[in-house]
Write a new protein. Structure first.
Length: 472
């Protein structure tokens, strides 16, 4: 009986596309899905060059695989992953590897690693980014976990991943659930950049009165230069998409309530849990929540309907400044996410190689951008850099753009155009680059009302004062 190199469980669009990508690269692969229709679709869509087999039962699937078995799961995060593991683990043998390629929560992965290790099985969490198209043609792949198991699947991952030059957009992200963690933070940054782009859009649309054709041109120009990135590129294209149901553009017909599947929220919760400041990511998460209050927003906009937007004096200059502000605020969002990875790596002993993270994010993933080349150089110089804002070369970019960020934030604030992402990126930068923050006063207040103690600037130790109450 012919045995297959890999197995894929979950033949939805992502699973099927990843499976075909693996098959295109010369690996044989069997697929399984509880939905027989999907198994049939898999067979029907395979080309004659591919060595692909659809299986109808878990037993047939498992026995079709070469040992040690290498099984990829592409099923929704949460209970479905546990359900698959429950049915498949009794059929597996010592040394088999199960790789979860979904957006699983990293703590779930840690639990599953331990559960499967007790059965002499390897479990790996692996982030995959690039959407449906990326899965088919080359995603960015973030595997973590057992190093020995990783080496067994490394040649396949390098073959199927996106490439920048001849460098594969995949690398070992560290121990345990590091792969899921890195993907979670990738998504947190994704939320922040999408929020910032939407604010730039609003500023150009309501501030400078640009129509969709003009917005298309601006984003096209941005994408052709230093802002070249996947998210700017797709935004450019969105402004060109005509609506099939009306005469206008589709973007103008889309309801302004943003959805979310949870990875952004996890990133914020994590940052709070381990004490890392990522305000632009936090605000991007909460902005999506706020967007859902549509009815209240309509009511409030009528109650406070007095906003008059002053046109910028020089539209061309305004567009340039909004572009620079977006570029810098995006850079600051990456800085926050990467700083979270630095701390998480310490906290959970992941040993995340930051240099490899930015290297493999340069292609295939949703947050790919030419800016990542600069981060890659920064981490090449100093792999232990705690924050990319501390890199000399990065500081030159920041100094060049900071005025535009301030002017854009000021324009938005004075004209009542909500710009939570832009404001927090600037606020983060200002706080991070301030030698003496006013929190000495917060410490005094805490000690005043709660005897929480404070430290001094001029001597070591912990102090408490019986604060005087003023008489008058
Ligand atoms: C990717 C995406 C992918 C997915 C997000 C969307 O890297 O390919 O991040 O994982 O599109 O989960 O997340 P929301 O639905 O929460 O916006």
């Amino acid at each position: 009986m012919e045995r297959y190199d890999y197995g894929m469980i979950g033949l939805g669009v992502m699973g099927r596309n990843l499976l075909y990508n693996i098959a295109d690269n010369g690996f044989s692969i069997a697929g399984f899905d509880l939905d027989g229709e999907k198994v049939k679709e898999l067979q029907d869509g395979a080309t004659s060059e591919m060595k692909v087999k659809g299986t109808g039962t878990m037993e047939d699937f498992v026995s079709a695989l070469e040992t040690p078995r290498k099984i990829i799961l592409m099923v929704p995060a949460g209970k479905p992953v546990d359900a698959v593991l429950e049915s498949i683990t009794p059929l597996l043998s010592k040394g088999d590897i199960v790789i979860d390629a979904g957006n699983s929560y990293f703590k779930d992965t840690n639990r599953r690693v331990a559960d499967l290790a007790a059965k002499n099985l390897h479990f790996m969490g692996m982030g995959v980014s690039g959407g449906e198209k990326g899965a088919r043609t080359g995603p960015s792949i973030m595997p973590g976990g057992d190093l020995e198991a990783f080496h067994l699947i490394q040649p396949m991952l390098e073959a199927i991943s996106a490439k920048v030059g001849d460098e594969a957009c995949t690398a070992y992200m560290g121990k345990d659930s590091a792969g899921n963690y890195v993907k979670m933070v990738h998504n947190g940054i994704e939320y922040a950049i999408m929020q910032l782009i939407s604010e730039a859009y609003d500023l150009l649309k309501r501030g400078a009165n640009l129509n969709n054709d003009q917005l298309y041109q601006v984003f096209k120009e941005w994408n052709n230069g230093e802002m070249n990135s996947f998210l700017i590129e797709i935004t450019r294209d969105i402004f060109q998409q005509k609506d099939s149901l009306t005469d206008g553009y589709l973007v103008d017909q889309i309801l302004d309530k943003a959805g979310a599947k949870g990875t952004g929220k996890w990133t914020s919760e994590q940052a709070m849990e381990i004490g890392v400041s990522i305000p632009t990511i936090d605000i991007a998460v909460t902005s999506r929540i706020l967007s859902a209050y549509k009815e209240e927003r309509v009511q409030a906009s009528q109650l406070y309907a007095e906003k008059e937007i002053a046109s910028p004096e020089n539209t061309e200059l305004f567009i340039k400044e909004v572009g620079d502000a977006l570029y810098l605020a995006t850079l600051i969002s990456y800085a926050q996410g990467l700083a979270l990875l630095v701390k998480a790596s310490e906290e959970y002993s992941f040993q995340i190689p930051l240099k490899d993270v930015v290297k493999i994010w340069r292609g295939g993933c949703i947050i790919r951008s030419v800016l990542l080349e600069k981060f890659y150089s920064a981490y090449t110089k100093d792999p232990l850099l705690s924050n990319i804002l501390l890199d000399q070369d990065i500081s030159l970019i920041v100094k060049e753009k900071i005025k535009s960020l301030r002017k854009t934030a000021a324009f938005a604030a004075s004209n009542g155009i909500s710009s939570l992402g832009i404001q927090t990126a600037l606020g983060y930068f200002d706080a991070y680059t301030t030698e003496s923050l006013p929190v000495n006063l917060i410490q005094a207040q805490r000690d005043y009302f709660g005897a929480h103690t404070y430290q001094r600037t001029d001597r070591e130790g912990v102090f408490h004062t019986s604060w005087q109450t003023a008489n008058d």
